[in-house]
Design a protein around this ligand. Structure first.
Ligand code: NAP
Ligand code: G4F
Length: 345
């Protein structure tokens, strides 16, 4: 049985990757960091009681800011595959906590690579690189496009990417970087723009929210469906030779187009509800990301399966269902939750 270790297991991609690997017969070990309240919502449906025989999914406390916890985990588990998905992954937040972001995203990657090298574990390594690294480089962007990062998050990801390549070249580590363009799902964090929009649509439709405040509506992103992207991560580690791959749909849309389509799904006119609030602008913006994923198609045989239109429909549909289920638990509790969340983006 192959054994995988996933950092960022509790996040959007970590949860889909865990399901994907369990379906393929892997034993999966997830790294979770200590928090004062439970943060395993995305994994609860696949939780396996470790006291039951046959359990193949385990969570361990560790942190990308704590090198010794990483080395101990690697030494004890000796995984065949490591997926480094852990990150402070919010671009806007990275301007507010740049030092922490760099510590987790850049130095955290180095800590994990160094722990892999020092423990001598023979494994394959996946690094979650990002299209944000391209920043202001014009589209379409591919593996050969020069990086021009526009945020502390993107600068940290460039370091994570380069140090992964460096460990591959210096120590012969089977390390691959997936340069993934934006990918979304009903499990997307609530403060990324797609999920912020689809949740607001569901709340507005049910009379629980009056307005949706957004920042730059003109930014263009290449939005795909997260389960498709975790399949690409796995495919990269199944290749004989490690390499870097850009992963995206090749189609870009503006935030405004996403908004319009999401509201249309709920028979609402977005212009009645959406207002621009400058507090959601970034000190430096990434205007236009659109993937050239031809190498991934050719070498990995990877193709996205969900279109932009289907993605929006799936996300609005799930958020509608969530609100309806929560409404059954009482409008008052739901209203409170909406208000508290409204402060963040
Ligand atoms: P996400 O939902 O924000 O998940 C991030 C994960 O990292 C969470 O499990 C989080 O734990 C964990 N984490 C944060 N700080 C950590 C630390 N100090 N030590 C250990 N773990 C820590 O992100 P995602 O969308 O799944 O993305 C997965 C990875 O791909 C990230 O590295 C992201 O930067 C990168 N990426 C994402 C996209 C995209 O469009 N989704 C595109 C390109 C690259 P908590 O649950 O405790 O917060
Ligand atoms: O959804 P976003 O916050 O995602 P962003 O910045 O593109 O980053 C995501 O994708 C990256 C891959 O390219 C990942 F590496 C990263 O971890 C993350 O998953 O913002 C998308 C666009 C931006 O141009 C932003 O300015 O939407 C614009 N936007 C407009 N109003 C907003 C808002 N973004 C957020 N979060 N909130 C707003 O109110």
């Amino acid at each position: 049985m192959r054994k995988a270790l996933i950092t960022g297991c509790t996040g959007q991609d970590g949860s889909y990757l865990t399901e994907f690997l369990l379906d393929r017969g892997y034993e999966v070990h997830g790294l979770k960091r200590r928090s004062s309240s439970l943060n395993t919502d995305r994994l609860d449906h696949i939780y396996q009681d470790i006291h039951e025989s046959g359990a193949r999914f385990f969570l361990h406390y560790a942190d990308l800011t704590d090198g010794s916890s990483l080395a101990t985990l690697l030494y004890d588990l000796r995984p065949d595959e490591i997926y480094n998905l852990g990150a402070q992954s919010h671009v806007k937040v990275s301007f507010e906590i740049p030092e922490f972001t760099a510590d987790v995203v850049a130095i955290g990657t180095l800590r994990l690579l160094e722990a892999t090298r020092r423990t001598g574990v023979k494994c394959r390594f996946y690094q979650a690189s990002s299209s944000e690294m391209f920043g202001s480089a014009p589209p379409p962007q591919s593996e050969t496009t020069p990086f021009h990062p526009r945020s502390p998050y993107a600068c940290a990801k460039v370091f994570g990417h380069n140090i992964t390549v460096n460990y591959r070249e210096s120590y012969g580590l089977h390390a691959s970087s997936g340069i993934l363009f934006n990918h979304e799902s009903p499990r997307r964090g609530e403060t990324f723009v797609t999920r912020k929009i689809t949740r607001a649509v569901a709340h507005i439709k049910h009379g629980l929210q009056q307005k949706l405040y957004l920042g730059n509506l003109d930014a263009r992103r290449d939005w795909g469906y997260a389960p498709d992207y975790v399949r690409a991560m796995w495919l990269m580690l199944q290749q004989d030779t490690p390499d870097d791959f850009a992963i995206g749909t090749g189609e870009a849309h503006t935030v405004r187009e996403f908004v319009e389509l999401a509201f249309t799904h709920a028979d609402l006119d977005w212009r009645d509800y959406v207002e621009v609030d400058a507090r959601y602008f970034r000190p430096a913006e990434v205007d236009y990301l659109c993937a050239d994923a031809s190498k991934a198609r050719r070498v990995l045989g990877w193709e996205p399966t969900v279109t932009f239109q289907e993605l929006v429909r799936i996300m609005v549909g799930e958020d509608m269902k969530n609100v309806e289920a929560r409404l059954k638990g009482g409008t008052e509790a739901l209203q409170l939750a909406v208000t508290a969340e409204g402060r963040h983006s």
